[in-house]
Ligand binder design. Structure first.
Ligand code: DX5
Ligand code: ZN
Length: 228
């Protein structure tokens, strides 16, 4: 397991390549990591689970073939996740995050991810309460609290999702777990500090990061807001 994801609850920045110039994916990922990003967030969409189509494991395979060695978390926003977990592992994912809402057998899917050697993430949509994860605590490493309705970058964070972060942090603390809490959707320079204060440690930044003209300067802004 790469060292950068072993330490619990340290703040991490995860640029979402959904917002980058995909024709230059490898350079964009390398530039993000060189600027100080901790991991790459890779949004897979199928136009069924969410109303949009993005890319899948073959693109990750190409990224690896091009020599990119950074940590990649695959966020699966799809139906029929089991074969896509397998494909993501083969393509070189380090972590795979699946939606609670995408399968009746999320325990099996998370176990499949852990058995593969990848870290396992569990994502919950806006209307899904944190309580649904209580019987799954031993089969995932990171909870992804969606702060938008998934499917598109560039949306505005939905404030009603924020109280779930502190609920999750209390749950993990009470269980003595260092489970990470990731937030995805509408994370920007101006709100990242308040999201951190609520208890999140991993911040997906799509349009706010890749829309910036200077990635180093943008990372410096997040670090300053997070007091890193
Ligand atoms: C949306 C994706 C997000 C998206 C975030 O469904 O899961 O990862 O890229 O984009 P921003 O940061 O622009 O809201
Ligand atoms: Zn995402």
């Amino acid at each position: 397991m790469p060292e950068n994801l072993k330490k619990s609850n340290e703040a991490r920045i995860a640029p979402s390549v959904l917002a980058c110039n995909l024709a230059r994916l490898s350079e964009e990922c390398s530039a993000a990591i060189a600027a100080g990003a901790d991991l790459i967030h890779f949004d897979v969409m199928d136009n069924h689970f969410v109303p949009n189509l993005s890319f899948g494991a073959p693109l990750l395979q190409s990224l690896r073939a091009d020599g990119f060695t950074g940590f990649v978390d695959v966020h699966l926003m799809t139906e029929n996740i089991e074969p896509l977990i397998e494909a993501s592992v083969s393509a070189g994912a380090n972590s795979i995050t699946v939606h609670y809402e995408s399968t009746p057998h999320v325990h099996r899917a998370l176990s499949q991810i852990k058995t593969s050697g990848c870290q396992a993430g569990l994502a919950i949509n806006i209307s899904t309460p944190v309580a649904v994860v209580e019987n799954l605590l031993d089969v995932f490493d990171m909870l992804l609290i969606m702060t938008i309705n998934p499917g598109f970058g560039g949306q505005t964070l939905i404030p009603a999702s924020l109280p779930k972060i502190s609920v999750a942090r209390k749950l993990f603390d009470a269980a003595g777990l260092s489970t990470k809490i990731q937030v995805d959707g509408g994370v920007k320079t101006h709100n990242i500090a308040s999201i951190r204060a609520a208890g999140a440690d991993t911040f997906v930044v799509g349009s706010d990061f890749f829309g910036a003209s200077d990635y180093n300067a943008q990372l410096a802004k997040y670090r300053s807001e997070l007091k890193l």
